[in-house]
Design a protein around this ligand. Structure first.
Ligand code: CTP
Length: 401
């Protein structure tokens, strides 16, 4: 997959810079051509000589090197590769690129490029968590820059937390993912995500713990595979997946309308934790405490969005995948939901208290279809997203014939 690909590797200054050597070695083993670029600060941690020896290429580090400009100008250098990888991406480099600075070769390349950029941040946990760094990450993300890591763990400075550079194999996987076949090109997907909230009065609502992480991960994975994605999300704190068409909703009714007006679609994935009930008549004014009187809420059922789409006679997506949030009898309930709702897959999760699935980073899932049950081990929601997208891609092959 990487054979013959040209990967421009930018090494910035940080104690994790030495780990970039391992990545360069692995890229070479896979047959990629590595063009190394180092910042001045990086040279305090690794020598250009070792980078050059491993990559078997000249190391670029000066913005105004006349020989380089004669051979290959910095604009051409920024655009002639298939991918740019920044490893490690220091807090300083992230800040610099987020503010559009171009005062050395590495930052100029990022500003000038039209090639995809992948950054692997590494820094002290406080620096990573600092709102300024987080703001910079958001800016870069919104501009289409992808990130891998940082991971949680012990750091060179002795502190513990998020800030460790992702492992070389993880970065390599992300790089390979970038060159993957766009096998879902030309397919339109609907993804529902996050919670819905049902108003009680102007200040209160019925809600749930869904973070939208699993839906976002699936949508990102679909975009990566070339699909056109309509992402319909309830209120969440996460940034929506880059490259998707985003529709923000609050209530189940709004989600229902958004889903139906976004059809037709080739496939639909319903990860949203839709409220089952809503208040029959939302109070127009804030409910006041009245001594001795507890408010009585008159509830009514919300429409089942997943079932309504699965049972469509016209415009039914070829593949419909639902989720099942369960706290007991997981498999049994998942099988009965598959039947009742009429979808092709149900991905069942244990969301009992203590499972940390809702709102957490990991998931334990069972994929249930008409003739098959597959129990998966505990994994990140991102890893599960990859498996589910693969499953849907395979199903297209079966239904398309
Ligand atoms: N779902 C939906 N519309 C609803 C309720 C649920 O589209 N009004 C979808 C969810 O997005 C999910 C699946 O149905 O894909 C199952 O949701 P879940 O909350 O697990 O089940 P419910 O149908 O609500 O049933 P129960 O509350 O009895 O578990």
């Amino acid at each position: 997959m990487l054979a013959g690909k040209k990967v421009l590797v930018i090494i910035t200054g940080g104690i994790a810079a030495y780990k970039s050597l391992e990545l360069v070695r692995k890229l070479k083993e896979k047959g990629a051509k590595v063009i190394p670029v180092m910042t001045k600060a990086a040279e305090n941690f690794v020598t250009p000589m070792s980078v050059s020896a491993l990559s078997q290429e000249k190391v670029y580090n000066e913005l105004f090197d006349l020989t380089d400009e004669a051979e290959m100008g910095h604009i051409e250098l920024s655009r002639s590769s298939d991918l740019i990888v920044v490893v490690p991406a220091s807090a300083d480099f992230i800040a610099k690129t987020a503010t559009g600075q171009a005062n050395d070769l590495a930052s100029t390349l990022i500003l000038a490029t039209d090639t995809k950029v992948l950054m692997a941040p590494a820094m002290n946990v406080r620096m990573w968590e600092n709102p300024l760094t987080q703001k910079n990450i958001k800016i870069l993300y919104k501009n289409g820059i992808k990130f891998v890591g940082p991971n949680e763990g012990e750091m060179a400075c002795g502190e513990f937390g998020f800030g460790r550079l992702a492992e070389a194999d993880e970065i390599l996987k992300e790089i390979e993912g970038n060159f993957r076949d766009k096998k879902l090109k030309g397919r339109h997907f609907l993804v529902t995500s996050g919670p819905t909230i049902e108003p009680i009065d102007p200040v209160r609502f019925i809600g749930n713990r869904s973070s939208g992480l699993q839906g976002g991960a699936i949508a990102s994975e679909l975009v990566e595979s070339g699909a056109e994605v309509t992402f319909i999300t309830g209120p969440v704190h996460l940034d929506p997946p880059h490259g998707s068409n985003i529709i923000r909703v609050e209530t189940a009714d709004e989600m229902y309308d958004a889903v139906h007006s976004s059809l037709p679609a080739d496939a639909a994935v319903f990860t949203a934790a839709v409220a089952d009930w809503k208040i029959k008549k939302t109070a127009q004014q804030k409910l006041k405490k009245q001594t001795g009187n507890l408010p009585a809420f008159d509830l009514t059922k919300n429409k089942d969005i997943l079932a309504s789409v699965s049972k469509l006679k016209k415009n039914r997506p070829k593949i419909v995948m639902g989720f099942a949030a369960e706290t007991e009898n997981i498999l049994e309930n998942a099988k009965s939901k598959l039947m009742k709702k009429g979808c092709d897959f149900i991905v069942a999760n244990d969301v009992s208290l203590g499972s940390k699935t809702m709102g957490g980073n990991e998931n334990i899932a069972i994929i249930v279809s008409e003739n098959h049950v597959e129990t998966l081990p505990k994994m990140s929601k991102r890893a599960l997203a990859k498996i589910l997208v693969e499953k849907i891609s395979q199903s297209f092959e079966e239904v398309d014939v």
